[in-house]
Design a protein around this ligand. Structure first.
Ligand code: ATP
Ligand code: MG
Ligand code: FE
Length: 340
């Protein structure tokens, strides 16, 4: 089974060829980060225009690198939400066009489900599974009782973890997106600031990062006012320790409440080394749970993860027709098969 998959929900134009939902034959990612950096975040109109400029070359490169032809393909897949509507539309339109021109079935993919399925490039997902999904726009604990079913048992009440990384990075003068650099600095510094761990002890699986972000910003502004220079490394280490503490504590709590076969770590923030190491430690308490981390190169947005998730949709015959539209606020609670 060969699927040509598309991802254009934010600032990465990506096209991949994935075999049996497990093997990446090609994964072309054209990033636009340079164009957005001077604005300190993603500008939707700029993103859409870049997707349009890049997508055709990405398709050609993905097919060439995988050494496959349109005739070899079994399906086309595309992220249709959540994300920026104008950005999503470019991928959706391209995928529909290829599917129509080559008479291939079209598999619609939820971007967040795609992030989770990136784990499958490490190990086949076994059910029931629990996913800690941490990205630029989402921070969720997702229970997966069986293939194609996703239940959010906890989520952030305000900022996403990645969003918090990017915002405090900006205050530190780092370029967007700041997560990777904060992670690097954190490994050099110490937790000297002891920022608040919001909702760490609450009786639920939810998160909150806006209080941490405010505490961080206040600390930096106060130091600026009195002319004091703070250690960037210690600031980063203190912030990261606070984030990792609450993510790890709520994940452990969820593992105690839901007996699962696997814990999956996925999404852009899953690339965080501090978080990966901490969960490695915590999972020693759960010898019966396999800890499956999305491989580093598939944590951020990419089309290979879309191809991995689409294999499930293909098996379940969840196909879309030419009416498929972008859904910027798509949620998990869609029922597989409904779009057929
Ligand atoms: P969503 O998937 O919720 O729609 P998105 O697609 O914009 O949002 P991703 O591409 O999954 O987000 O992840 C990008 C985020 O990951 C950014 O906020 C970035 O700072 C963060 N990130 C990347 N690497 C690291 C790291 N090592 N540590 C912490 N955060 C990181
Ligand atoms: Mg991105
Ligand atoms: Fe994403």
């Amino acid at each position: 089974n060969l699927i040509l998959s598309f991802e254009s929900s934010c600032d990465e134009t990506s096209v991949a060829v994935v075999k049996n939902g497990r093997t990446v034959l090609s994964n072309v990612v054209a990033t636009q980060i340079k164009s957005h950096q001077r604005f300190g975040g993603v500008v939707p109109e700029v993103a859409s225009r870049h997707h349009i400029e890049q997508i055709t070359a990405c398709i050609d490169d993905a097919l060439t690198e995988a050494d496959v032809d349109y005739d070899d393909l079994n399906a086309v897949a595309v992220t249709y939400g959540p994300g920026l509507v104008g950005a999503l539309l470019v991928g959706v339109t391209a995928a529909k066009t290829v599917a129509f021109a080559h008479q291939l079935p079209l598999v619609p993919v939820n971007h967040m489900a795609g992030h989770i399925y990136a784990a499958q490039f490490e190990k086949t997902i076994e059910f029931p599974a629990l996913a800690l999904l941490v990205s630029g726009g989402h921070t969720e604990l997702v229970l997966m009782p069986e293939p194609g079913k996703f239940e959010i048992i906890g989520e952030t009440r305000d900022d996403a973890a990645g969003e918090a990384y990017d915002k405090i990075g900006r205050v530190m003068g780092l370029s967007y997106p700041a997560g990777k650099e904060v992670d690097r600095l954190a490994h050099i510094g110490q937790d000297t600031f002891h920022f608040p761990r919001a909702m760490d002890k609450t009786d639920d699986f939810d998160f909150s990062f806006s209080g941490l972000k405010s505490a961080f910003i206040n600390t930096v502004h106060h130091a600026d006012q009195i002319g004091e220079t703070l250690s960037k490394e210690d600031l980063a280490a203190s912030f990261q320790q606070a984030v990792v503490d609450v993510l790890a504590d709520k994940t452990v709590k969820a593992l105690n409440a839901y007996p699962v076969k696997q814990l999956i770590l996925a999404g852009g923030v899953a690339a965080n080394q501090g978080l990966r190491d901490r969960l490695d430690e915590e999972l020693k308490q759960f010898p019966e749970v396999a800890f499956v981390k999305a491989p580093l190169q598939y944590c951020g947005d990419n089309a290979a993860m879309v191809g991995a998730e689409a294999y499930v949709g293909f098996e379940q015959q969840t196909f879309a027709d030419s009416n498929l539209n972008a859904d910027p606020s798509l949620e998990f609670d869609w029922i597989k098969g409904e779009t057929a």
